[in-house]
Design a protein around this ligand. Structure first.
Ligand code: NAD
Length: 445
């Protein structure tokens, strides 16, 4: 049965969920506090870059199954279900989650609903939070209606968010009553996806345990990669050899300059914090955090040892976003390295990213910056022209991975390359006559 669904928050999680709910036939109202964003979405323009999202928005806008508003009362009043996908679960300085945004939505719901309604929390929240959200709503509830809270954590990956939602490997439903479970099952029925139904706290834990396991896998491979360099092994060969073991799996074995994005850094710190609060030392996750911290500046550390100074050198930076396919810069390794290059190095940076440059320029405006300078260019070749050093931070397919090894040799003043994503074969760079440093593989000089 099609339902009236409201979605609070139109970021990567909320907007994609809303559009996909509309696509399978539900009637959806998306709520955001950002007026400008709402206007843009009404006009059929996606405020975020996600493959296929804008087309799907335009189709469902035109067919009248989805609309956007800042008027939360209108949206929540008669909704059968309200999904919460607001951000605002970033870590505070101690690693704990900041639940202010979720609390605001909870209160708005309590003051608005006039009929029985299921509130579904998609945002990643510490175990036990949804019990509190339900209590909070009860405390502020204005009308005599039933409101229950279910947990439905999100597993999409930015860059493939629409595909991941429509073809999710599993839907996790965390509920405390058959009423809540049945309603959520009904909402997801048209997706025809596997559903795992558990209690609310287990659902909340599944999200953290999954993300932190992946972060751990990345940090483990990075740790092994650093050791490979020291003992003369090659991490890519090692990863390939490991990947045939089904117990290990072939994914998340790529070594690089560490994980970033809005989830892994935050969710590892949050679980570490939750463990500490419960008097438990979660040593594995703590190790993943520590390795990642070192790994993110690994290339800068290597370059600082190789060069007397970066001062005044033209430094090409290829890739700024935390991964390809997204314009998101949150916790991107570039955000650790660019300030080091500018402040400690005094570098003259020429940065290229196919979609992330304008967001980056909001943090590091073009021109003189600290002890160095930064210029944003529209083509990778402009960054490489006459450059002394090149850092690769994001493995954008067509735009960066497609650059031929010879191009570095041809365009750069000195073809000295620090590749944080291992996008080239070492032999190809050697053949091209470049000096090539990567992660977990032997450097060629
Ligand atoms: P985001 O920052 O991209 O979007 C959040 C949106 O919520 C913003 O547009 C903001 O304006 C809006 N908002 C804030 N307060 C609001 C309110 N009171 N009413 C309506 N809208 C409000 O966040 P995101 O990346 O989509 O992440 C949301 C949550 O989902 C986080 O908890 C995150 O950990 C989790 N998550 C994210 C991803 C991901 O890949 N980004 C994947 C899985 C889970």
């Amino acid at each position: 049965m099609n339902m009236n669904i409201a979605v609070a928050g139109t970021g990567y999680v909320g907007l994609v969920a809303g559009v996909c709910f509309a696509e399978v036939g539900h009637q959806v109202m998306c709520v955001d506090i950002d007026k400008e964003k709402v206007e843009v979405m009404k006009a059929g323009i996606s405020p975020i870059y996600e493959d296929g999202l804008e087309e799907l928005m335009q189709k469902n806008n035109a067919e009248g199954r989805i609309d956007y508003t800042t008027d939360y009362q209108k949206a929540y009043r008669e909704a059968d279900a309200i999904f919460i996908g607001v951000g605002g679960t970033p870590e505070r300085s101690d690693g704990s989650a900041d639940l202010t945004y979720i609390a605001t939505v909870a209160r708005q719901i309590a003051e608005s609903v006039v009929k029985d309604c299921l509130v579904v929390v998609k945002s990643t929240v510490p175990v036990g939070t949804n019990d509190k959200v339900e209590q909070f709503i009860q405390d502020f509830l204005v009308n005599d209606v039933k409101v229950e809270v279910a947990s439905n954590p999100e597993f999409l990956a930015q860059g493939t968010a629409v595909y991941d939602t429509l073809h999710a490997k599993r839907i996790i439903i965390g509920s405390e009553s058959t009423w809540a479970e049945d309603r959520l099952m009904e909402i997801y029925q048209p997706f025809h996806l596997p559903i795992v139904s558990v209690n609310r706290r287990s659902a909340e834990m599944i999200k953290y345990a999954s993300n932190d396991f992946l972060a751990l896998k990345i940090s483990y491979m990075n740790d092994i990669a650093n050791l490979c360099e020291l003992v003369g092994a090659d991490i890519q060969d090692v990863a390939e050899g490991m990947s045939y073991d089904e117990r290990i799996g072939a994914k998340f074995l790529n070594a690089g300059i560490g994980y970033g994005g809005s989830c892994f850094p935050k969710d590892t710190k949050a679980l570490d914090y939750i463990a500490k609060q419960n008097g438990y030392a979660l040593d594995t996750v703590k190790a993943a955090i520590d390795v990642n911290k070192k790994q993110r500046i690994m290339l800068f550390t290597k370059a600082s040892k190789r060069l007397i100074t970066l001062n005044g050198l033209k430094v090409a930076v290829l890739g700024l976003t935390f991964k390809p396919g997204t314009d998101d810069l949150r916790e991107a390794p570039s955000l650790d390295n660019v300030p080091l290059l500018l402040e400690q190095g005094g570098a003259d940076i020429y940065a290229y990213d196919p979609v992330g440059a304008s967001n980056f320029a909001k943090v590091y405006p073009e021109g003189k910056n600290g002890n160095g300078r930064i210029t944003y260019v529209d083509q990778a070749a402009e960054a490489l022209e006459d450059a002394n050093v090149c850092f690769i931070f994001t493995e954008w397919g067509g735009e960066i991975k497609a650059i031929e090894p010879d191009t570095y040799k041809r365009l750069m003043r000195t073809p000295l390359i620090y590749d944080g994503r291992n996008i080239y074969k070492v032999q190809d760079m050697e053949r091209a006559g470049a000096e090539y440093h990567s992660i977990g593989r032997q450097a060629v000089m």
